[in-house]
Design a protein around this ligand. Structure first.
Ligand code: G6P
Length: 615
């Protein structure tokens, strides 16, 4: 939530800052701004700030060729929390002298009190944000004779909440000071230059040497290098890691949108997720590299997640209970914190999160840690806060996902739950060997089948989308293991096309949503062969009897489906238990096609952010 980027070096900062912000725009795009320190052409260094409401290109237009060629600066892309998305609330915020600039990602929870104290001392505020207290507090400490680093240190010790921030001062023109407290912040190490960003992706095109700041740490970036300190002022020694991601991963590579590219990457992501995890020569043996403790000591499982990750968790629950026979509950991370289940020995708490930075999921895991739960993270970002908190981490290996609507990380999360459940079955012997072998083989065949869907369906779904550009409501139905897929299909559509869509367990439709149905409401039913097939068909018939337009996600060889459904979205026939991988794809494609046809900003839908680092 909000992206921050900083630079210290020898090149013109403004272009570098804008380039960094472009990679972070997925984190928020209500407004953007940057500030640099101009040391050229005047005896005293001058701080220049420039901000613009709306998307980043509005800011880019304002940064003209005449902009000072400064070599130190900070920048921000905002997702509004306190104060409307207006230019005066955009970051950076300045102190009352205009010589200190601050950017922040997070929430300063005690800002009201601090603001009142500052106002009582005569400070006039220029914004409605929580962040603006920070530059004024820093100014207070500078006025007491503190140097910049100690002034920021004194200030962060006055703040409550979770935040990552960066500071520049015209009176300290060769440095950027950064601080982290429960919001992500990484440092990139270049040659004679250093970078600071909410996400390592933002500087991946210049350096792959990075260090993630820990909570309670400050960093001082100068052209000579980086120094790290605790909030108490103790120096910290740490070596940067070398990332194995490359900059091409964050390019569109010819696709119109990142989301489409990421939908098409799913077969490759699944292959990457399987590699090394099936024991060669023993095709039924899964080895995720997790400690035995997890498999032998677990008596019950709780899973926490948000959004799409929560949907993957529902599929996970199905497998962990039906295959591995382990009682499992799925919680919205934001609810778990305030109504956790009673603590029980042998509890495994799984946090499933693409970004590893979602504040609610992180907080739920912290609670689990305090209660003595064993913690497993399922994430695409090993280096994230979740990746570093948990006892065990299962890497999604999906590569960078830029589109705000998650696609490839969803199917990668599904795979993680399938493999985890299979490994539990191995340990507990809850599944016959031949069946396990068949499932593993089935998983290995999925990437090719998914490629087949993309080849045969993408075009037809693009055509189909024309019918729905003016549709106001959709209902998605699924049962059993495809119930979470109905939820995910509905979420994808509403996130990016702004069409209202509700996912429902097919059998529940008659207890409420059926009242909404008429010929204007398409009902998308997932009706693939298996234990609930006939039941879903009956539920679909109930909708048809109310004049709803019926769209069926059906098996390609189900020739009778055309008699029931007005429109069929065929998928390859696979065992029902594996079907979520194939049933979700036409739903992703449909959501994409409708939103793209409506000319909407598919990768950055309004009001959303990819990574929500506030509660
Ligand atoms: C945001 C995104 C969703 C995502 C959710 C959870 O709301 O817009 O697409 O599913 O966060 O994110 P996580 O990184 O924890 O999986």
């Amino acid at each position: 939530m909000c992206g921050i980027f900083g630079y210290v070096g020898f090149r013109p900062a403004a272009r570098i800052l804008l380039n960094g912000l472009r990679k972070l725009e997925y984190r928020g795009y209500d407004s953007a701004g940057l500030a640099v320190i101009d040391t050229i052409g005047s005896t005293q260094a001058v701080l220049h700030r420039i901000r613009a409401k709306g998307k980043l290109h509005n800011l880019e237009h304002r940064v003209t060729a005449h902009f000072p060629p400064a070599t130190v600066g900070i920048s921000h892309t905002r997702w509004a929390t306190h104060g409307k998305a207006e230019e005066h609330n955009a970051h950076p915020h300045l102190d009352y002298t205009g010589r200190v600039a601050v950017i922040q990602n997070g929430i300063v929870e005690n800002y009201r009190l601090l603001r009142q104290q500052l106002q009582a001392a005569g400070v006039v505020f220029a914004s409605d944000t929580d962040t603006e207290v920070i530059p004024h507090l820093i100014r207070h400490w500078l006025n007491q004779g503190y140097d910049l680093l100690p002034a920021v240190q004194a200030t962060v010790n006055q703040l409550e909440g979770s935040f990552a921030l960066a500071v520049i001062s015209a009176d300290h023109p060769q440095e950027v000071i950064a601080a982290r407290h429960h919001a992500p912040l990484a440092i990139g190490y270049g040659q004679g230059e250093s970078f600071l960003a909410s996400d390592v992706c933002a500087f991946l095109d210049v350096t792959n040497r990075a260090l993630v700041l820990e909570n309670g740490e400050l960093a001082r970036l100068t052209p000579a290098g980086v120094e790290i300190f605790t909030f108490a002022g103790q120096p910290v020694k740490r070596t940067p890691m070398v990332l194995d991601w490359n900059p091409v991963m964050v390019e569109k590579q010819g696709y119109r949108h990142f989301m489409l590219k990421e939908i098409y990457e799913q077969p490759a992501t699944l292959r990457a997720g399987l590699v090394d995890r099936i024991q060669p020569g023993s095709p039924q043996l899964v080895n995720l590299g997790l400690r035995d403790h997890l498999f032998t000591q677990t008596r019950q499982i709780h899973i926490v997640g948000c959004g799409t990750s929560w949907h993957a968790a529902l599929v996970g629950k199905f497998l962990l209970e039906q295959w591995a026979q382990i009682p499992t509950q799925v919680h919205y991370a934001s609810e778990y914190r305030y109504s956790p289940p009673p603590p029980q020995p042998g509890s495994l708490l799984i946090g499933v999160t693409q970004s590893g930075e979602t504040a609610d999921t992180l907080a739920a895991l912290h609670l689990g840690q305090q209660r003595g739960d064993y913690l497993l993270g399922i994430t695409n970002r090993r280096e994230s806060s979740v990746g570093r908190l948990v006892h065990e981490c299962l890497d999604l290996r999906a590569g960078v996902e830029i589109g705000v609507a998650a696609t490839k990380t969803f199917t990668a999360q599904l795979l993680a739950f399938y493999l985890l459940s299979l490994e539990f079955c191995q340990h507990r012997q809850t599944m016959p060997l031949e069946y396990r072998e068949a499932i593993v083989q089935g998983l290995q065949q999925l990437p090719a089948l998914m490629e087949g869907i993309l080849e045969s369906q993408a075009r037809a779904i693009e055509e189909l989308a024309h019918r729905y550009t003016d549709t106001r409501d959709f209902i998605y139905l699924g049962r059993g293991i495809n119930y979470p897929i109905a939820l995910e299909g509905a979420l994808k559509l509403k996130e990016i096309s702004y069409i209202h869509a509700e996912g429902y367990p097919a059998g529940e439709m008659k207890h409420g949503p059926i009242a909404l149905l008429d010929r204007h409401v398409p009902v998308v039913a997932i009706a693939v062969p298996g234990g609930v097939y006939e039941k879903v068909l009956s539920n679909a018939q109930e909708a048809k009897a109310r004049d709803a337009q019926l769209v069926g996600v059906v098996a390609a060889d189900d020739y009778s489906a055309t008699e029931i459904f007005d429109i069929c979205l065929p998928v390859p026939t696979v065992p029902e238990i594996l079907s979520p991988f194939v049933t979700v794809m036409p739903l992703q494609l449909l959501a994409y096609a409708v939103a793209a046809l409506k000319g909407l900003d598919v990768d950055q839908p309004r009001n959303l952010a990819k990574s929500v680092t506030v509660e």
